[in-house]
Ligand binder design. Structure first.
Ligand code: AMP
Ligand code: ZN
Length: 114
């Protein structure tokens, strides 16, 4: 079994509330939601942080944004707007080191973030 939690969800060894999957991307609900809609979108391939992305990962990063747009429409948050967050590295507060995009919506967000 992988020692990466999110690889475990990709491989089905860890239970996840999966809302979308294709050949390169998986999306599942955050276990500790910070908004009415809080979904994590990840590459199937293990990449720890944005800093670890390589040129060959270009397509999956593009696909992730298309999946975010599709999920936002499906979840009814596209019209009013939503926030996409990537915590990349220690100073950003990243806790799970498998690159993930937080899709947050269904409430108003303030700026700047904490
Ligand atoms: P980050 O702080 O950006 O690394 O975000 C990690 C996110 O993963 C947090 O929002 C956690 O609530 C979420 N999380 C941790 N474990 C799980 C899990 N087993 N299933 C779904 N989400 C999780
Ligand atoms: Zn992983």
């Amino acid at each position: 079994m992988s020692d990466c939690l999110f690889c475990g969800i990709v491989e089905g060894q860890v239970k996840g509330d999966v809302v979308y999957r294709d050949e390169s991307v998986v999306a599942f609900r955050d276990i500790r939601p910070r908004a009415p809609v809080h979904i994590l979108i990840i590459p199937r391939k293990h990449v720890a942080t944005i800093q670890d992305l390589e040129a060959k990962d270009q397509a999956v990063v593009g696909q992730i944004f298309l999946v975010i747009a599709k999920l936002a429409r499906e979840q009814g948050i596209a019209e009013r707007g939503f926030r996409v967050v990537v915590n990349s590295g220690a100073d950003a507060g990243q806790t799970v080191f498998h690159l993930h995009f937080h899709l947050l919506g269904g409430r108003h967000f303030t700026w700047p973030p904490g």
